[in-house]
Design a protein around this ligand. Structure first.
Ligand code: UN1
Length: 495
């Protein structure tokens, strides 16, 4: 029997008002139902927002260090439940167990970072231009945060958003991706066990249209944090913009790794294998383009093709598997559609390019790791986000051309260059248009205490992670304290 899951609204585990449900299945074995979840709608969102609104008035007054201690407790529970939830996550969305353990660890790191931040949340003290007057800024909570998260990091990404939201004194309405509702439920259980006031965290399962949009449009939601596609990000931006909501958008990528002629090729090879095929290429930071200097192009491609054809596909619970399935049937069709486009555009298919259906693989949605060579920057497979195990290889004659190619897309999340020339490395840091640049490392693998986000159509200028995310989730209050005992007019009485 599949486990029955519920929403968490107004301090209680409840079904959707309509009583409708949806199934969540294992992408490595579609016969396996991971759970049955409430199919919610605007009426459920309304109740969740009411609850979060009520809870805000008390939660905002809890001292931040005390809120931090609850975050610490949540981190401790995550440590205890790391293996159990990692296994559930692999069943729910397919990535290999080493990676779901990493996803849990990223959540744990985020919890402990938030714990520490509870004793910081710095403002500034600033001299006044007047005598006997004191100026400062403080960070204030904002209100009810709508958190809308994707399925590829079912634990880490919700934690990136919810820990800072709660730590800074906001309350939360959380809509996880409908492909990963089970992991999200575990996270809410953890917050409750750790001591977050039950009405302050609300979980509403369902689709983007029936739950996500009502959250975005709800007048009592004060801020939105969303990770997903640029297309959906634009819709959210328009809808939320009407009410001047504060929104943080973490969107698409078309990340590239450059390999220069002086690079350590073995290192660069390990980097691109991990960057392009880790998480089956389903990261917004995944390496989707490989830009090779012409001098090493042929040799590097040979090395790469040989390794890629040996990657083992399978159920991610098997520790010997390198690459899990893609998330669902439409995703696999979309990926294969791009492979067809690449072929028609005249790129050369080096390996992969088809469904993987040998033996048990046919129970799930597997796609062979795929490499196209002879790709030119104007091809769609060089410009559009594919979100799957497909790598487009582009040959360039020198560093300047490499930079031109890497910058020639609408996205700008992550980037990487392999070179041993320190001058080139620093020029790359300066000239690549991306929120993140790795030197001699792959495009994936951000650490939770560093700002995370991108330029151009990858986002709207905010950063998750690090100290910067606490700025998004709080509002600055500027305070003037006049202790002169008289009216002092700025700009006038001191002149
Ligand atoms: C994402 O793909 O949306 O840097 C996030 C990384 C991970 C997070 C990826 N730590 O690849």
């Amino acid at each position: 029997m599949a486990e029955i899951y519920k929403n968490f609204i107004n301090g209680e585990w409840v079904n959707s008002k309509s009583g409708e449900t949806f199934e969540n299945r294992n992408p490595a074995n579609w016969n396996e139902i991971v759970g049955i979840f409430p199919r919610s709608a605007a009426e459920d969102v309304n109740l969740a927002v009411q609850s979060a609104g009520k809870a805000f008035n008390e939660w905002r007054l809890v001292p931040a260090p005390q809120r931090g201690e609850i975050m610490k407790k949540a981190g401790d529970i995550m440590v205890e439940r790391k293996e159990e939830i990692a296994r559930l996550m692999t069943r729910e969305m397919g990535k290999v167990i080493a990676e779901t353990r990493g996803d849990m660890q990223e959540g744990i790191d985020t919890a402990y970072y938030a714990f520490g931040e509870g004793r910081r949340l710095f403002g500034h003290t600033v001299p006044s231009e007047l005598m006997n007057k004191f100026n400062m800024t403080m960070r204030m909570p904002i209100g009810v945060a709508g958190v809308i998260s994707p399925w590829n990091f079912p634990m880490a990404i919700p934690t990136w958003k919810i820990f800072p939201a709660l730590l800074t004194g906001n309350t939360v309405v959380f809509k996880p991706a409908s492909d990963t509702p089970a992991t999200a439920t575990k996270l809410v259980e953890i917050f409750l066990e750790a001591g977050v006031p039950p009405q302050a965290i609300n979980l509403v399962h369902g689709t983007g249209n029936s739950v996500g949009i009502p959250i975005v449009e709800h007048p009592d939601i004060d801020l939105i944090s969303f990770t997903g596609s640029s297309a959906v990000g634009k819709i959210i931006s328009q809808k939320a913009g009407k009410d001047l909501k504060r929104i943080s958008l973490e969107l698409g990528g078309k990340n590239a790794q450059i390999v220069m002629d002086d690079a350590n090729l073995h290192l660069a090879l390990e980097g691109v294998l991990w960057g392009a095929f880790g998480t089956t290429g389903q990261r917004c930071t995944a390496t989707s383009r490989l830009i090779l200097h012409e001098k090493i192009h042929d040799k590097f491609l040979d090395m790469l093709a040989e390794r890629v054809s040996r990657l083992k596909l399978g159920n991610g619970l098997d520790e010997s598997v390198d690459v899990g399935p893609v998330i669902n049937a439409p995703a696999r069709e979309k990926i294969h559609g791009y492979v067809e486009i690449g072929r028609k555009e005249g790129a050369a298919l080096l390996v992969g390019g088809e469904y993987a259906e040998e033996g048990d693989l046919k129970k799930g949605f597997f796609y062979k790791p795929t490499i196209f060579s002879g790709v030119t920057p104007n091809m769609r497979i060089a410009r559009e986000e594919i979100f799957g195990p497909v790598l487009s290889v582009i040959k360039v004659k020198d560093f300047d051309e490499a930079v031109q190619v890497i910058n020639g897309v609408i996205y700008g999340l992550s980037s990487s260059i392999y070179t041993q020339d320190v001058n080139r490395a620093y020029r790359a840091i300066r000239d690549i248009q991306a929120g993140i640049t790795y030197i001699n490392g792959p495009t994936i693998g951000a650490e939770c205490h560093m700002p995370f986000g991108g330029v151009k159509e990858t986002g709207n200028g905010h950063r998750e992670g690090g100290w910067t995310v606490f700025e998004f989730f709080s509002e600055i209050k500027t305070v003037y304290v006049d202790f002169s005992g008289k009216l002092q007019r700025a700009q006038i009485d001191n002149r």
